[in-house]
Design a protein around this ligand. Structure first.
Ligand SMILES: [Zn+2]
Length: 609
């Protein structure tokens, strides 16, 4: 009952800020249906607004079989160029109302099935509550008039439920992108889609440690990527390159302790046969060139004896023909006639296929988790890719999954991992299994200090973090991995601004022929000097993180760009983090903030009793 009480208080706290009633009492949406043959029909629907909410529902029986797209235009989603306010997409894209013409469209980057708009008249958070994985969002500007609409334009041949959108109307202190994010967070908490970290640490003691310390991923071995052999078999398998043996890893942990890294959660990548993505779903034997199973177990014990946490990396998604368990029955990429769709992408194991998550669970997940647990791993166990890509259906009639069912099976996999190892981690920001995940390696893949690509965008704001900080640990930008090794100090400050947990990736650079996704700043263990330097960079990350890690247990409630290179973040306990991107100190909220640095201010003292 304790949990229920805390949850209730939380929901009430979220609801308390939304007390100002909206001005609207009724609204209309125009529903535009486009069929595959180009026919367009439009219908107007009146929505009743109750308790600051309006729900649009479009029964699937009403939708023609050849539908291609359904667009939902609310009449209140309109602003004029020059007005105050903004629009926001769920992948942190934000634009002000300053242009005369243009279009912004988001489909791939719908990390969460929501978007919002704040105008001088209305602010709303739109949430797709039916067919949510088909949602895209669009902003158009014509003759200085901005309009925003929901588009259902993906997987429309697989309608498995009614289309519905809930509009939450916001006012007063909620009438900005922070308020829009809080509205979606409240929705997720109310329906029990996820629980805050403060609640989960009671059941997941290892999560508490992970929250307080950086993640250090170590890539140990790999075969060439891209693979010179398309379909690998054991006779033509390219040689594995062992880079960090298990004994070397144990030594690295010793040096981390020696230089004063007070805590870290290590994650071993490529410990399995063939190294990183060697032969999935085959994982055993433990890669012999790294020292084999007994040396791995000794390494895990040694790292734990030093007081660190250590988990592993695996995949229940990527699969390769070289696996001793390969079976085209579980491959998702199939043509309508049942033949395999052979793509061009290769990784260490050769041509990449992906497994249906239902089959991955049934055939591999609980069994392999039990096997991997015997190696001693404990902590946030990492599953590659899962949350870094939008979900898509599995067409195989033997285990057909629509997107809703697919999400359930992805959750089953993550729940298993969490129950066996104490926590679960994956690669990205998609929230279809947010209740089953503890950490996300990358929220945005773009570069934070380069201007956004779309001409309507003004900035990247921590919209995802305003929703999920205090619920899921994250690193905000891919290039922010190995932050303290980056001579551009803005990177470390941006990590603090977006509430990120510091993440390191030793030997992040391994792919040939294309730019490394995490940037060229790497940590290496190839020489004693580089190994020691890597440990020192991690120590620097710990020291910085210690100033603000207590905030990870709080929600991020407001983000404010104060102009002139200054910002302020307000957390749910009233703490503030104020930062300064200038090359000279500045005063914010009465305190001096050094150049390229931040200060954490405790909650303001209450004067009333
Ligand atoms: Zn399937």
């Amino acid at each position: 009952m304790k949990r229920a009480t805390a949850f209730y208080l939380l929901v009430m706290a979220c609801a308390a800020v939304a007390a100002v009633p909206p001005t609207l009492h009724a609204a209309k949406v125009a529903v535009e249906t486009t069929s595959a043959d180009g026919t367009v029909t439009t219908e107007e629907v009146a929505l009743e607004i109750k308790d600051s909410r309006a729900v649009f529902r479009w029964p699937r029986e009403k939708i023609p079989a050849n539908v291609k797209r359904i667009a939902v235009w609310p009449d209140f989603a309109e602003a004029r160029s020059g007005e105050d306010g903004c629009w926001v997409f769920p992948n942190n894209r934000m634009g002000r109302f300053t242009r005369a013409e243009g279009r912004a469209y988001e489909s791939w980057g719908m990390f969460m099935p929501c978007f919002g708009m704040a105008t001088p008249r209305e602010t709303f958070c739109a949430i797709a509550t039916g067919m949510s994985y088909s949602l895209s969002a669009e902003v158009t500007v014509q003759n200085g008039v901005y309009r925003m609409r929901a588009l259902f334009d993906k997987y429309m041949d697989d309608l498995y439920e009614d289309i519905s959108v809930e509009f939450r109307l916001l006012a007063g202190a909620d009438a900005d992108y922070s308020g829009i994010a809080r509205a979606y967070r409240a929705y997720q908490l109310e329906r029990g889609a996820c629980r805050p970290i403060t609640e989960r640490v009671k059941d997941q003691p290892l999560l508490d440690y992970a929250v307080r310390h950086p993640e250090v991923r170590v890539r140990m071995a790999w075969k060439p990527v891209p693979s010179p052999v398309l379909e690998q078999v054991t006779r033509n398998e390219p040689p594995v390159k062992p880079v960090v043996t298990f004994d070397r890893m144990a030594h690295f942990a010793d040096v981390c302790r020696e230089v004063g890294v007070d805590g870290a959660e290590f994650c071993l990548v490529g410990w399995n046969v063939g190294g990183h993505d060697g032969r999935y779903p085959q994982i055993f034997p433990v890669e012999p060139t790294l020292g084999g199973e007994e040396r791995l177990k000794a390494c895990v014990r040694h790292v734990q004896d030093l007081g660190y946490q250590i988990a592993g990396h695996s995949s229940f998604r990527d699969c390769y023909m070289i696996a001793d368990t390969f079976d085209s029955e579980f491959v998702v990429e199939k043509n309508p006639n049942g033949t395999l769709r052979r793509g061009k992408t290769t990784y260490g194991g050769g041509r990449l296929y992906t497994m249906c998550p239902q089959r991955a669970y049934e055939r591999f997940c609980p069994k392999q988790c039990a096997e991997m647990a015997t190696l001693g791993f404990k902590g946030l166990f990492y599953l590659d890719v899962v949350t870094a890509r939008p979900i898509f259906p599995c067409p195989d009639p033997r285990h057909r999954l629509n997107n809703g069912q697919r999400a359930t099976w992805e959750c089953n996999i993550l729940d298993e991992v969490r129950s066996v190892f104490g926590g679960s981690a994956s690669e990205g920001a998609y929230d279809f299994c947010v209740g089953s995940i503890d950490s996300a390696l990358t929220i945005q893949w773009c570069k934070p200090f380069e201007p956004p690509k779309c001409k309507l965008d003004d900035a990247y704001v921590p919209f995802w973090q305003l929703v999920y900080h205090g619920i899921v640990l994250s690193t905000p930008f891919r290039t922010m991995i190995n932050c303290t090794a980056n001579p551009d100090r803005r990177s470390l400050l941006k990590l603090a601004e977006f509430g990120g947990r510091p993440t390191y990736y030793v030997h992040s650079v391994f792919v040939t022929g294309r730019a490394p996704s995490m940037g060229t700043i790497d940590l290496e263990l190839t020489t004693e000097e580089k190994l020691r330097q890597s440990a020192l960079w991690i120590k620097e990350g710990c020291d910085d993180y210690n100033r603000r890690r207590a905030l990870q247990f709080r929600f991020m409630d407001r983000h404010e760009d104060l102009g002139n290179g200054l910002f302020r973040i307000t957390y749910s306990d009233g703490s503030r983090l104020v930062g300064n991107y200038n090359d000279a100190p500045r005063t914010v909220d009465g305190v001096q903030v050094p150049s390229l640095d931040y200060v954490v201010l405790p909650p303001a003292r209450r004067t009333e009793m």
